[in-house]
Design a protein around this ligand. Sequence first.
Ligand code: IVH
Length: 667
Amino acid sequence: MSAEKKIKSLHQQINQHNYNYYVLDTPTIPDAEYDRLMRELEQLETENPGFITPDSPTQRVGSKAATGFAQVKHDVPMLSLSNAFSEEELTAFDTRIKKLLETGKTIGYVCEPKLDGVAVSLLYKQGKLIRAATRGDGYTGEDITQNVRTIKSIPLVLSGDDYPGELEVRGEIFIPIAGFDAFNDKARAAGQKTFANPRNAASGSLRQLDPKMTASRPLDIYFYSLGKVEGDGIADNHMDLLAQLRGWGLRTNPEIQLKHGVQQCIEFYNAISDKRDSLAYEIDGVVYKVNSYAAQKELGFVSRAPRWAIAHKFPAREEMTVLQGVEFQVGRTGALTPVARLEPVFVGGVTVSNASLHNLDEIQRLDVRIGDTVIVRRAGDVIPKVEAVVMEKRPKKTQKIRLPHKCPVCGSEIIKAEGEVVARCTGGLFCQAQLKETIKHFASRRAMNIDGLGDKLVELFLQQGLVSEIADLFSLDKDAVANLERLGDKSAENLLKALEKSKATTLPRFIYGLGIREVGEATAKNLANHFADIDSLLAADEEALVAVNDVGPIVAAHIRGFFRQKHNVELIEKLQKLGVHWPKIEKAAAVEQVLAGKTFVLTGTLTSITRNEAKDKLQALGAKVSGSVSKKTSYAVVGADPGSKATKAEELGVEILDEQALLKLIT
Ligand code: IVH
C-alpha cells in the first residue's frame, strides 16, 4: 500500500475509533491498540509531511462535540499530553527541558496520578459556577453545566475571597471503582446496558440529557490545571496553585507530590504503581509537570501538547490477541471451567498465554469463537480474563466453542443441570482431576494445614500411584516418598512430620477439609458448633441442618448428598482410625443470635482484640463476616490504617463503626 493510501486508511480507522470512544462511550479496541494506530500515523506523517491534512486525527484532540448539548468554545484550548512509555523516554523529556531552558539545574516536577476519566473545564465568575464544558475536540466542547451541578463535591460557590474574578479550572471527572461496580451490578440485574470501564461510565453519565440521571451516578472530581483567568493572585508555581485550589474548595488529588529530577520521578511512579490497586479510582499512569510557571511559559507548546508536561503510562492492562483454542479444566466439585489458550501477548507487565472464560454463559455473552481476535485484560495479580471480541477483526472461518460430552480427564459423562450455568463431570473421586483438587483442598492451609503438601507433590503422588484417596496420605511410606524425583530424605521426613502434626486438628477444619459443596469455612464452623461432634452431623436430617445458622435447603441437600455416599462415611472412619482427631466441642450455651442477618466487614488494625477474635465473636452472635464491602454490608468496622475497604464503605454509604462501637456490640 502506498504511504498516502495507508495514511487515508489510518484516518478512517482512527476516526471510527474516536467516534466509538467519545460519542458512543463504547470502544471496540484496547487503548494500547489505539495508541499504536496513532503512533503509526504520526510516524508516516513525519516521513511524508506532504500528506498531512487539517482533518488528520493527529491535528486535533479527542473528537467533535456530540449533538444534544450546546457548544462551548474554549478560549484557552484543552490540549493533550505527550506520552512516555519507558524510563528512557522520560529521561529524554528531562534532557530536552534542560536544553530548552538552558540550565544544568535539577528540575522540579509535580507528579500527579493520571486519572482515567473525563476532562472538564469549569468557569467560576465572582466565585459562582456558571458553566461547565467537556473537552470535545480541544477547541469546542459540550455544555454540561446542568449535569456538573449535580456532582456534590463540586462547589457551586467558591470558598474564601481571594479567588480571581474570572477563574476557569480544569480537572478530571471520574467514577470511583466501587461506584462503577455497583452501577454495573444494578444495570446487569435490570437487563440494562453496562459500561466497559469506569472511564466510559463517567463519560456516559456526564452526557445524560436528563441531569437527574447524572445525579444518580457517583461522580467525583480532581482539579489539576487552569484555563482562562482574569484577575490577580494566581500562584507562580503549580504546587502552590494546587494549594490555592484546595483553599477555594476545589478538590485536588492527595497523592500529588513535588519531586526533583528524573530519579525521584521514577521513584514516585514505582510507588504509585504499587499502590494502584488500592486506590479507589482508576489511574493509567503518572503526569509530570514542570513546577515553575515561568519555566512552563518559556517552554510553551508543540502542536497539540505542552512541552512542560508528559504522561508516563503504565503498561497496558488490556491487549489484543488471537484465541487459539479452549480447554476445559475440571475443578474439585467437577465443575468445568473453560480456559482460553491464547497467542502469547504482553499485557499488564507479563506475557500471558492462558485466560479465564468463566463459564458457558460468559462464552455465549461474549459470542467468542476460536480464531477470534479478543481483548485480554490483566489487572494486578488477578487471573487474566477475556473481556471482549474485536468483531471487526473476526475472520471468515471461526470455530464455535462446544462443551465436551465426556470429561476430558476421566471420560465420564458431563451434565449441565437445567438453569445452572456450570457443567460438571459426573466422575466424582473416580476422576483424577477431582481427586487431585479434593486432596489439595484437604491439605490446604485453612483446612488440615499439611505443610509442604503443595500442588506439584499431590500431582506426583497420584501419578506414581502412591495415593489414590485422601486417607492414603496418612499411610505414606517414607522411603517411597524419598525415592520420588526431586525429593530426598529430608523433605520426605519433613512431609511425614507435617502429616503427623496435621492429625491434631479441629472439627471445623476437618469438616471444611472434606470439601462438601457450598460448605466454606464459615459454614463448617457453624456446623461444628451446632452439632459439636461428627456423628451428630452425619446423622442430621434436613430439618436439623437448616436449623444451623447460614444453612439453607440447598446447602443442606449438598451435605446430605455427601454423607449418603458410603465411601465418604468410610473415609471419615478411616481418617479417625489413622489418628485424625480434634478437641471436643462444648455445646455452646445457646447464645442469642442478636446479630442474625447482619453482615460485617472488618478493616484496619484493632487495638484491644484481634480481627480473628472479633470475627469469631460476631459469628457467634449470628452475624456474617465478609471480606469485601458491597451494598449488602450492614456495618464496616474501621480500625487504624484501614485499607481501601473503608473508602469503598464510605462511598456506598455503609454505616461505619469504630473499635469502641464494635466492642459495645460484642461484649
Ligand atoms: S494536565 C495541557 N493532569 O490526560 C495538559 N491531565 O492526555 C493538561 N489527565 O486531557 C492536562 N490526569 O483528561 C493533566 N493529573 C492530570 C491528569 C490529566 C488525567 C488527562 C486529561 C487530559 C489528558 C491528556
